[in-house]
Unconditional design. Structure first.
Ligand SMILES: Nc1ncnc2c1ncn2[C@@H]1O[C@H](COP(=O)(O)OP(=O)(O)OP(=O)(O)O)[C@@H](O)[C@H]1O
Length: 248
């Protein structure tokens, strides 16, 4: 398991991040002065009640959405100060995404889906590298299959291989097990855990499931757009207990 220390330089640091959406009766605050860091080479889970701002937080941390105020530092790049062109480069070259619905391209086979980020980056696609990425997720023998010919868990593993092949500084996963049954979800989490432990990568994921969050090194709890708690080296029971405090 990764070492967690407060002096460890975070992969992404949010400082005083606030965000509102426009509602019928004026702005609706979704994130309120959020300050936190996501440690390098660790798996951090973000949890909280529905509507507490988890996806918005993830999107702001990943440069997919812009806060109204505050700083989001990816290394020493402030994403809030970036223009659209710079943000496109950050999304393409420095961060990776894993989504609940896998988001694979249906007309491409697993190999071509994994090769896609390198093609988009204009990099040379080496067959060995793509096959190695597929091997890492246990799917080298399924390289020629299209998404519709793969199970949900296999599709999510292809999506993880596609993310890793571009070697992002940080991987953001929004409910990566949300569409999977419990046992398939466990396999996907073991894979993400290995990505952190063996490949020394940084992963930040949103989840509703205490058993999934228990795979993380740290859990950050959000409620009404504020960070209200943190648990290091969590167990499923401790997570469920904390959650019940805000979900009552
Ligand atoms: N584009 C948008 N426009 C207006 N309101 C939005 C928008 N995106 C999110 N919201 C609102 O912001 C709040 C937080 O949404 P967010 O998706 O970040 O929460 P969440 O904690 O991820 O929720 P869930 O667990 O249900 O996915 C919600 O009340 C949501 O309705």
């Amino acid at each position: 398991m990764s070492l967690l220390t407060d002096v460890q330089l975070p992969a992404v640091q949010l400082a005083g991040v606030s965000k509102s959406y426009r509602g019928a009766a004026g702005p609706v605050p979704v994130l309120c002065e959020v300050s936190l860091g996501f440690p390098q080479r660790a798996l951090t889970a973000v949890m909280g009640p529905s509507g507490s701002g988890k996806t918005t937080l993830l999107n702001c941390a990943a440069g997919l959405d812009k806060p109204d105020r505050g700083k989001v530092l990816l290394g020493d790049t402030d994403l809030v100060a970036c223009d659209e062109r710079q943000l496109t480069e950050v999304r393409r070259d420095r961060v990776g995404f894993v989504f609940q619905q896998f988001n694979l391209l249906p007309m491409l086979d697993a190999y071509e889906n994994v090769a896609l980020p390198l093609r988009l980056q204009g990099r040379r696609v080496k067959r060995d590298r793509i096959m190695e990425a597929l091997r890492e997720v246990g799917l080298a023998d399924k390289a020629g299959r299209r998404p519709a010919q793969l199970s949900g868990g296999q599709q999510q593993r292809v999506a993880i291989a596609r993310t890793l092949v571009a070697e992002p500084e940080i991987v953001f996963a929004d409910e990566p097990t949300g569409s999977l049954d419990r046992s398939t979800g466990r396999q996907v989490m073991a894979l993400l855990r290995g990505v952190v432990d063996r490949a020394a990568r940084t992963v930040v994921m949103v989840t509703h499931d205490p058993a999934v969050a228990a795979c993380a090194d740290r859990v950050v709890f959000l409620s009404d757009g504020e960070v209200v708690g943190r648990l290091d080296h969590p167990t499923a029971d401790a997570v469920a207990q904390q959650l019940s405090t805000w979900e009552r």
